[in-house]
Design a protein around this ligand. Structure first.
Ligand SMILES: C[S@@+](CC[C@H](N)C(=O)[O-])C[C@H]1O[C@@H](n2cnc3c(N)ncnc32)[C@H](O)[C@@H]1O
Length: 284
């Protein structure tokens, strides 16, 4: 069963790995918790059970179909458009997630085609690495690349895992796409054990100055043309710079993590200041 079950998990046929860590399986396709599901504990702790879409964020259904459409060319474009810098960013993120106490179970959420999950498994062969994403086309590619890692369907806004199931959770370039970022961060906190670590990689608005201006030119004028030529998708690679510009800068992002139930949050810019690495610890 390992590495082959990529459909939406159901209580009856959930892979053993999911049962071991989960049991709180919810209907991902509707993006709504089942009526008999308890409201996530972290939401209650934060005193906010009501959630609303993040202003300017795309709808989940649109994001999912966009990634389903570009899945066949995703890896090629990822490496090309980042000039292969993305490997180094994921290596750093994996190191940050694993170099923090005992990490036996780690979830790579919004795992896409699996590169960060694969890097986590490479750096820590003893850890049990899981991958989750809501695009089945992306998951199919991940499964083909790493049969031994259990990749399964998971909506980041309603995760099919029990509370405190993981020692670490990573997410590379997924947070920007969530329709409700506050809810996504609370879900991350919920599935982490107290003291567990979240490590996020994300594109952020480029800084000011000459480097920032050059980066903006590349983002808005060069990247969409290459993306369109190779993927054949007209909107996906204009969506990337647009969503980047709307994403909060590192300081504001850090504050959002603290509100969601994290502490000791750091946000470090890298990659010509257009990428941020956030590390945060789940509050006990
Ligand atoms: C830019 S890709 C990043 C993939 C991979 N982490 C990487 O580093 O290449 C964003 C991924 O997030 C996934 N995603 C976006 N919103 C999601 C959600 N609400 N739940 C689960 N996955 C989501 C998309 O399907 C896509 O695979």
């Amino acid at each position: 069963m390992r590495g082959q079950s990529i459909g939406w998990p159901r209580q009856a046929d959930a892979p053993r790995e999911s049962e071991a860590i989960g049991g709180r399986l919810v209907g991902c396709a509707t993006s709504k918790p089942r009526k008999d599901e308890a409201v996530p504990a972290s939401a209650k702790v934060e005193g906010t059970t009501v959630s609303a879409p993040t202003p300017g964020a795309p709808e989940s259904a649109r994001v999912r179909s966009m990634f389903d459409a570009i899945a066949p060319r995703y890896d090629l474009l990822n490496h090309l458009l980042s000039m292969n810098l993305d490997h180094g960013w994921r290596r750093k993120a994996a190191r940050a997630a694993l170099s923090f106490g005992t990490v036996e179970r780690v979830l790579d959420l919004c795992c896409g085609t699996g590169d960060l999950a694969i890097e986590l498994a490479r750096q820590s062969p003893a850890a049990r690495v899981f991958g989750g994403d809501f695009s089945l086309a992306m998951l199919a590619r991940a499964t083909r690349k790493a049969q031994r890692i259990p990749f399964s369907a998971a909506d980041a806004l309603h995760l099919p895992y029990r509370d405190a199931a993981f020692d670490a959770v990573t997410m590379a370039f997924g947070l920007r796409n969530l329709a409700d970022r506050a809810l996504g961060l609370r879900e991350l906190a919920r599935v982490l054990r107290p003291g567990g670590r979240a490590v996020i990689l994300e594109f952020v608005p480029p800084g000011r100055g000459l480097v920032g201006a050059a980066f903006r030119f590349y983002l808005h004028h060069v990247l969409p043309r290459i993306g369109r030529a190779i993927s054949g998708d007209v909107s996906a690679y204009t969506y990337l710079p647009q969503s980047m510009e709307k994403f909060p800068p590192p300081d504001a992002l850090r504050a959002e993590f603290e509100v969601a139930g994290f502490e000791h949050t750091t946000a470090t810019r890298m990659g010509l200041n257009g990428v941020v690495l956030v590390c945060a610890q789940r509050r006990p």
